[in-house]
Write a protein that binds this ligand. Structure first.
Ligand code: MN
Length: 474
């Protein structure tokens, strides 16, 4: 009898902690998500269905701690009271049995269990979370390498502070009444992560448009490397109050210079500034090419000198490794890679950004526009295809990020799978961006069929999945 393979329930991001009597809060562990099948045959499966049991032999302890259950949890390697993600990555990459044994001794893993999905062959996913928690506690003993995740009720804000004080990543908030919604990213589970901040030097600014015409568009941020050379780390265009826009514009007046410290991004009209101003920005992750992603202006830091703003603030940010995996989790959760031939996430890196437009004969014919950005392919489904003139406005519905390798995918997705039907590459090539903001993307395609400028504008408020795709005037 073949068994049901569970896909992990996923969490949305919440911007800040909250307290609510209908919710519980637990630590967000920075590790590998894994579902354990504690029965014959024992199996420990990653989010993408990869077998992990060989790499973590010490977790076979699970078999002594419970009967026939399927549980969900996170594998972590602890070092000095904190999860060490680098050590965990090494554990995951080990191949030879000797190396695996050696690492299991040196950096043993802990499996922190937070949910139970099945007991004695009966699925529990349709029970409310609090009942599952009770059954879990009664069904699994803790051991040397297996722990039950602690949680507290209601007091999310206090708990968040405690967790961060311990140097941990953040907390998970889960609705007490919620079912286990397999493979879905729902609002019943939320992750509330520590904000990352960086103090950057303002090296210049781009020209503003519309309401920002008299001030500026975005600030160009830089940090000094070990040789004291300025390195561009991205732009910040949000987070300014009206007052701050004015203050900064005034300050810029006296600092204008013709000396460019680094090459600006293609298409940016930049006014350079002497490196005198320091600002703090918050950001989500550092991309592999050392740019701050989703940066937001916090404040000017007049107490800090530009010389103190060095690259080491961000360069060892190991979260960049998980970033791509995080972005692709929805993609992976929708697919069974034992059935479909779509890529799991192999990467192909070049100097130029790639794009692909795939003709997808699914339930309804549509075209999938995908643009490489931050290690993944940002994707939109465009029912009417690419607009041919600036007068046409085509709806483009944002879909989940796809792995870079998807740009080469052609073939048929089997019946019953997500997006079942045939996929053909309609156009492919390189592209450049002029603007890449939360609500607007301007890009120039250089493909076999299409060459030229296009604009994507998000409809209504940020967070909506609907965009308009327009052809730019030449
Ligand atoms: Mn599609």
């Amino acid at each position: 009898m073949s068994r049901h393979i569970y896909r992990p329930m996923l969490a949305r991001v919440a911007p800040k902690p909250f307290s609510d009597k209908d919710w519980i809060f637990e630590i967000k562990w920075d590790g590998f998500r894994a579902i354990a099948y504690v029965e014959e045959p024992y199996s420990l499966k990653s989010r993408n269905g990869k077998e992990l049991k060989h790499n973590f032999p010490e977790l076979e302890e699970l078999n002594k701690l419970s009967g026939n259950v399927v549980v969900d949890g996170e594998i972590v390697v602890m070092r000095e009271g904190k999860p060490d993600f680098q050590a965990l990555l090494e554990r995951g990459q080990a191949v030879s049995p000797n190396e695996i044994q050696r690492q299991a001794q040196r950096a043993p893993a802990i499996y922190v269990v937070f949910d139970i999905l099945e007991k004695d062959g009966n699925p529990l996913t349709k029970l409310p979370l609090m009942e599952r928690k009770k059954i879990l506690k009664a069904s699994l003993k803790e051991g040397k390498n297996v722990l039950l995740s602690d949680f507290i009720e209601e007091k999310g804000e206090v708990y968040y502070k405690l967790v961060l004080d311990k140097g941990l990543e953040g907390v998970m908030a889960k609705k007490k009444e919620s079912y286990y919604e397999e493979g879905l990213r729902t609002g019943s589970w939320l992750k509330i992560k520590k904000l990352r901040t960086c103090d950057c030097i303002i090296f210049g600014y781009t020209k503003g448009a519309d309401s920002r015409e008299k001030t500026f568009g975005a600030l160009l941020l830089g940090l000094y490397d070990t040789d004291g050379k300025p390195v561009y780390v991205g732009k910040v265009g949000t987070g300014f109050t009206q007052e701050m826009l004015g203050i900064l514009t005034d300050k810029f007046e006296k600092l204008k210079t013709d000396v460019a410290p680094f090459k600006p991004e293609v298409g940016d009209v930049v006014t350079w500034l002497e490196p005198k101003l320091v600002c703090e920005v918050i950001y989500q992750v550092v991309t592999r090419d050392i740019k701050l992603r989703m940066a937001r202006f916090q404040r000017l830091r007049e107490d800090k000198s530009p010389a103190e703003c060095t690259l080491d603030q961000i360069i060892n940010d190991k979260k960049q490794v998980t970033d791509v995996e995080d972005k692709l989790s929805e993609y992976a959760s929708k697919r069974n890679f034992e059935v479909t031939t779509e890529p799991k996430g192999e990467e192909k890196r070049g100097d130029n950004l790639i794009f692909v437009i795939q003709e997808h004969h699914a339930r309804r014919l549509h075209y999938d526009l995908r643009l490489e950005n931050g290690g993944v392919l940002k994707s939109w489904a465009v029912p009417k295809g690419m607009p041919e003139s600036p007068r046409q406005r085509h709806l483009a519905v944002e879909t989940e990020d796809h792995p870079i390798g998807y740009a080469n995918f052609e073939g048929s997705i089997p019946e019953g799978q997500y997006g079942a039907g045939t996929v053909k590459i309609w156009d492919k090539g390189h592209y450049q961006t002029k603007v890449w903001e939360d609500n607007k993307i301007e890009f120039t395609l250089n493909g076999q069929r299409l060459k030229g400028r296009y604009i994507l504008v998000r409809l209504k408020k940020a967070g909506d999945k609907d965009w308009l795709l327009l052809k730019g005037k030449e």
